[in-house]
Design a protein around this ligand. Structure first.
Ligand code: MSS
Length: 363
């Protein structure tokens, strides 16, 4: 297990300087490590596992990995080698944990105390799920969800439904879902779900099932705990239940990445990242007085599509003093980040701009 912030073995190839080790299963990208590039380097990307990762042997022979597909015209098993002949596409998307920003909830929401770094933007290469389904004769009638099962070996002596990672997303996500075997042009690492991962661009992290073993088109959502009562938004003090909103589509969000505490008086470039979630990004504004007045920031390129984030920059002339620097993004549909968080039991989905600001001393 992680001691003194040391990296656990399965992520030993990561950059320790860029990461906060919360536990062996939860590593966060430092706010000051989120750079000005569009893509997050793989060795700086956050990691979150609900269960310990499987052994490294599962990535030894990627092409031999098999995926079961149920609820299509012809159900059955396909190998990764076969999937690689069915189509290929590269999609850049923000991977963000449902609990990113949990640290800001005043009721002390239980779970990893992520600040802003349970998120990154990476390029996924794989076959669009819709192409695979087309080859298999389409989705069976009456199916409403894509239900994906992770390849973990489950701990013994526990009800499998209480621990398994099995997530359902609405069938509409078939438009963008990808079965990915590469991340940032490298074979998908074990830490990020190799050899094969379901990626649902625009949806929260939990729906991007790693080491995916089975994809089922289903009429109902999974009855695994992680779907039925986990990742449900409800008021503080309330238990999770299937009738509450599930952590699916991500809303618009942004935060400042530099400077974070101090700056020299004069011309200062203020940087951050912004994304529209399941929508394209529209614009980003920055305020130096906690939302009193706003100026539009410039988006840095290139634009890698609807699901990618954009670094942004604003040049500001700063006189000595104290500043509360905040950013507010608006998606292409005109939906802007709200000022406040919406308090909820597990601290999910925080996109309020106030908490994500930084207090700057300029001297
Ligand atoms: N998958 C599996 N298989 N398992 C686990 O545990 N987790 C989740 C996803 N997927 C899992 C999976 C989560 S929860 C998240 S965030 C993500 O993943 C992360 O990713 P990375 O790669 O970064 O680690 Mo929260 O919403």
């Amino acid at each position: 297990l992680a001691q003194d912030g040391a990296l656990p073995d399965y992520v030993g190839w990561k950059d320790p300087e860029a990461l906060i080790v919360h536990s062996a299963n939860t590593l966060e990208t430092r706010r000051d490590a989120i750079g000005r590039g569009v893509l997050t380097p793989s060795d700086q990307l956050f990691v979150r596992n609900n269960l310990p990762a499987p052994g490294n042997d599962i990535v030894a022979d990627p092409d031999g990995w098999t995926l079961d597909i149920l609820g299509a015209g012809q159900s059955g098993s396909v190998s990764l080698k076969q999937l690689k002949t069915m189509g290929v596409e590269t999609v850049v998307s923000v991977l963000q944990c449902s609990g990113n920003g949990r640290k800001f909830f005043p009721h002390g929401a239980s779970g990893t105390q992520w600040e802003v770094g349970a998120a990154g933007c990476v390029a996924w290469t794989g076959v669009p799920l819709r192409e695979v389904v087309r080859e298999l004769g389409g989705v069976m009638e009456g199916m409403n969800y894509i239900t994906a099962t992770g390849g973990e070996i489950l701990p013994e002596g526990l009800d499998p439904k209480s621990v398994m990672v099995e997530r359902s997303v609405p069938l509409a996500a078939l438009e963008q879902a990808l079965l990915a075997w590469e991340m940032n042009d490298d074979p998908l690492s074990l830490a990020h779900g190799g050899p094969l991962r379901l990626v649902v661009p625009g949806y929260f992290g939990v729906n991007n099932v790693k080491y995916v073993r089975q994809i089922a088109f289903t009429a109902e959502q999974s009855d695994a705990k992680i779907q039925s009562s986990g990742y449900r938004v409800r008021e503080v003090g309330v238990e999770g239940a299937p009738d509450q909103p599930s952590m699916w589509e991500m809303p618009v969000k942004s935060w400042i990445t530099s400077p974070l505490t101090t700056a020299a008086a004069g011309r200062t470039l203020i940087y951050g990242v912004a994304f529209g979630g399941n929508q394209a990004l529209g614009k980003v504004e920055v305020s130096l007085d906690d939302g009193g007045s706003w100026a539009e920031a410039r988006l840095l390129g290139p634009d890698l599509g609807r699901f990618a984030w954009r670094p942004f920059v604003l040049a500001a002339e700063l006189a000595p003093g104290e500043y509360r620097v905040v950013s507010r993004a608006t998606d292409a549909q005109g939906q802007a980040q709200p000022p406040e968080r919406t308090d909820n039991e597990r601290g999910y989905g925080h996109n309020g701009w106030k908490d994500h600001g930084v207090s700057l001393t300029v001297a």
